[in-house]
Design a protein around this ligand. Sequence first.
Ligand code: BG6
Ligand code: MG
Length: 224
Amino acid sequence: MHRDMKACIFDLDGVIVRTDHCHFVAWKKIADQLNILFTEKSNQSLRGVSRQNSLEMILSMGNMTLGAEEKEECLAKKNSYYLAQIDTLNTSDILPGALDLLRDLKTHGIKLGIASSSKNAHHILHKIGLFDQFDEVVSGNDIANAKPNEEIFVKMAEKINVPPSCCMVFEDAVSGIEAAQNAGMMAIGVGKSDHLVGCNIQVPDLCELNFEILAEYLDTYQYD
Ligand code: BG6
Ligand code: MG
């Protein structure tokens, strides 16, 4: 069956912009305050995980429990540390290949969306000067269920009015790949990680991709 590619939906952190280290520095401060060992490697497992679930994962790394109020305090503190970290974010933090790919897709009339679990997505897009490049943004503020739930992608498809089978998703985290597939969309895994096992196609970064290559991928993709 021939399938037209009509929309490309991008995760933000780790696909369009480099924010991993900023999240790490912020979580590390929280973990240190709680006396929990937290390394860059542990931070990798938080990729694509919501702020709340990330805190739960860090607490379980330290076999620790906290009351609801203490958790809220930690989450607020983490975000203030994170906001300080991303204050200097600028166009140089846009990941390789992203700008050229967005331009090429736009030229071919493809709708562009951001589907990010981050509640800071709008702020980050403004900082890196890309807010106006996207037709729609669905962020952590707009959803009740975090990835791997499909809600974020289903909402995006509704907003841009494109059927899921004509959407292609770009994700650097397993939870995002699962969410895209749960929504009936083809998922491109972005990054060198060997943990992106479930994705339909994996690329090291967005370089070398263009409209023709992606349209061909989608056209030959076999849906279950
Ligand atoms: C995801 C990141 O995009 O957003 C996660 O990969 C982060 O690391 C999540 O926890 C939530 O982000 P924020 O900015 O709302 O704390
Ligand atoms: Mg990501």
